[in-house]
Design a protein around this ligand. Structure first.
Ligand code: VAH
Length: 321
């Protein structure tokens, strides 16, 4: 029976991954953790939650030991725009946290899932159908921590035999948590504006194409990779995974098929535009498909329909915030 710890369990991925893993393994087998935000009722009522700062290695080791953890999904991280505003803190949290997770995993024989990102590529990388193995020169501190994380996980596997695995997530779209600090979060905020009957003020300019994915596919990828047969994995960390790519105006056009009077305007955020311009438009995910059967389920149209179906209920629960 797996005993799982999720760091960053109140974040965009963690909020949904926690519940998905509890559905599979049982609530008590999945310990959710977060630094400061309280867990949602769905998380607090379905299994254990602990407050944990991943930069405190001693506290992390104690939680892993006390709960007899054998698998860590390490999601705690500052996202791109927040990281760029606080680069020293981003290095401390993103790399200090991962170093602690890998050390505890080495000492207590845990497997580790580490989410890298399209941010691990930079402006010198081919933007279309970005290869699995290619030049990686990220220009953001977030991307530098993600690339360093991939390399550190590979090192801990080769040097100490720690079973580290991970994917490079594109921008993720979901309705459970509010957008927070990401460059791709415009693709979440746009739905809130559309449902509120307001024009959407997009912080990225028209024509900014980015690789994107709907959260159910992102959750399925993490669970499938950690279940995969060790022997089929060549790359192990930083698998490119892709589902769709679009520009703000393309996304707005699909939303308009559901909400005809929806409009999009542009108030560019130079910081997040610079970040977005350094990332790939679309990734080649053939290695993930070949090595562990990666296969997305949601297209752009299906994602928009599902978001517009589910987000209103979440907004009502949150008091339309
Ligand atoms: C961000 N949503 O925008 C995250 C993600 C690829 C982007 O890592 O920072």
């Amino acid at each position: 029976m797996q005993r799982i710890l999720i760091t960053g369990a109140t974040g965009q991925i963690g909020s949904e991954l926690t519940l998905a893993l509890r559905d599979i393994h049982g609530g008590e087998q999945v310990v959710a953790s977060g630094r400061k935000h309280p867990p949602s009722p769905a998380i607090s009522e379905s299994g254990p939650f602990v407050y944990l700062d991943v930069t405190n290695g001693k506290a992390l080791a104690e939680v892993v030991s006390r709960h007899n953890i054998d698998t860590i999904f390490h999601l705690a991280s500052l996202l791109s725009a927040t990281a760029e505003a606080h680069p020293q803190l981003a290095w401390h949290v993103n790399m200090g946290g991962l170093t602690n997770v890998l050390e505890v995993a080495r000492q207590q024989s845990c497997a580790v899932f580490f989410p890298s990102s399209i941010a691990a590529f930079g402006p010198t990388t081919p933007k279309e159908h970005t290869p699995q193995d290619t030049l990686q020169q990220p220009t953001t501190i977030y991307g530098i921590t993600k690339l360093s994380g991939e390399l550190l996980c590979n090192y801990y596997f080769r040097r100490f035999g720690v079973d580290c695995r991970g994917v490079r997530y594109p921008g993720l779209i979901s309705y459970v948590t509010k957008p927070g600090g990401g460059t791709t979060d415009y693709a979440v905020e746009i739905f809130h504006a559309a449902l509120a009957g307001k024009p959407f003020h997009c912080f990225l300019k028209p024509g900014t194409r980015l690789d994107m994915m709907y959260m159910p596919d992102a959750i399925q990828a993490a669970i499938s990779l950690m279940k995969a047969d060790n022997r089929t994995l060549t790359h192990r960390n930083g698998y490119n995974i892709s589902a769709m790519n679009f520009t703000p105006e393309e996304l707005a056009a699909v939303i308009r098929r559901h909400i005809p009077d929806f409009t999009i305007e542009y108030n560019i955020d130079p910081l997040r535009q610079t970040i977005a311009d350094s990332w790939p438009h679309s990734m080649d995910d053939s290695a993930a498909r070949k090595e562990w059967g990666w296969q997305p389920n949601f297209t752009l149209d299906e994602m928009v329909t599902d978001m517009l179906t589910h987000l209103p209920k979440t907004m009502n629960k949150r008091g339309n915030k």
